[in-house]
Design a protein around this ligand. Structure first.
Ligand SMILES: Cc1ncc(COP(=O)(O)O)c(C=O)c1O
Length: 286
């Protein structure tokens, strides 16, 4: 079981395969990324992750001259080198090696770093008991400043929000946008259920279009769960019957306390459980 990296196709341990310190990814956080996991040793929903990675890179304003097949081959090489039963996988593409300036015309080709490490699954108690979340004081970056639709590795907004939540003993931070509407969590999208109706903030709230969010909405549509994307306020979450988080690593994780108060009856709710079961059935199917 191990940690493997691939930098521009060179595969090895993190000690052997290293980045140049003048890479814009390190100097400016000038890069896009994807985080995913394997099931049965294979990356889940890799095509959707690669297409979102290309979307992020387009928004960052550079090209990625590497075909999906080549990226997949590099991921496979990294997974084989690591030899884990299940892996956490991150792909980062930076604008490339620079000269500590914003002179982008001086940059070479983008750098692609792939990281594979053993998956550390969440404690099953997360799904049985649910998580505690808090609404933090830090607001989500406005679309006009650093669009959250880009999965950019400049993650200070998310990291500082997480830090605030952890200091309060919570599992995840919920961020509002600068209008005071519910946006998303530091590393997840958020959903709520009220009167059997599934609700989640629209993309216009300034959020990442999560792949697990997309799949959750597809499952809801396929299984007859009524859902809507609508602007949510903190009060909506406080009066919800159920709240849950979605992400590639957390899957569908129930939230049972918000700012220290129980959500609904303080237990994972029936719609959350139904969607989680359907999500896991879909993984089996794939
Ligand atoms: C800010 C943010 N929102 C949402 C998500 C969930 O996205 P996905 O379901 O594609 O993993 C993540 C995942 O890391 C995230 O960082």
């Amino acid at each position: 079981m191990g940690f493997a990296v691939s930098i521009d196709g060179r595969v090895g341990s993190p000690e052997e395969v290293t980045l140049k310190v003048t890479d814009n990814g390190f100097v400016f956080g000038d890069s896009g990324y994807e985080t995913l996991r394997t099931y049965g040793g294979r990356p889940f929903e890799l095509d959707r992750h690669l297409s979102r990675l290309r979307r992020t890179i387009r928004l960052l304003g550079f090209d990625l001259p590497i075909a999906d097949d080549e990226i997949k081959a590099r991921i496979d090489a990294c997974l084989s080198f690591a030899g884990n039963a299940e892996s956490y996988l991150r792909v980062i593409v930076s604008r490339g090696v620079g000269d500590m300036s914003y002179r982008f015309e001086r940059m070479g080709a983008p750098t692609m770093a792939i990281y594979v490490k053993p998956l550390e699954p969440y404690d099953p108690a997360l799904y049985e008991k649910g998580a505690a979340v808090v609404i933090v004081s830090i607001r989500r970056n406005p679309i006009e400043a650093l669009n959250p639709a880009m999965k950019a590795s400049n993650l200070l907004n998310n990291a500082l929000a997480s830090r605030e939540a952890y200091q309060k003993g919570a599992f995840e931070a919920i961020l509002l946008n600068t209008r005071g509407e519910v946006a998303e969590a530091a590393g997840s999208n958020i959903f709520m259920v009220k009167g059997g109706r599934l609700q989640t903030p629209p993309l216009s709230a300034g959020i990442l279009e999560g792949i697990t969010r997309q799949i959750t909405l597809e499952i809801a549509a396929a299984t007859g769960v009524v859902f809507e994307e609508r602007v949510l306020h903190p009060q909506d979450l406080r009066s919800a019957d159920e709240v849950f988080l979605t992400s590639s690593l957390k899957e569908i994780a129930p939230v049972t306390t918000l700012d220290g108060a129980p959500v609904g009856d303080g237990k994972p709710g029936p719609v959350t459980k139904q969607l989680l079961a359907a999500y896991r059935a879909r993984i089996q199917g794939d």
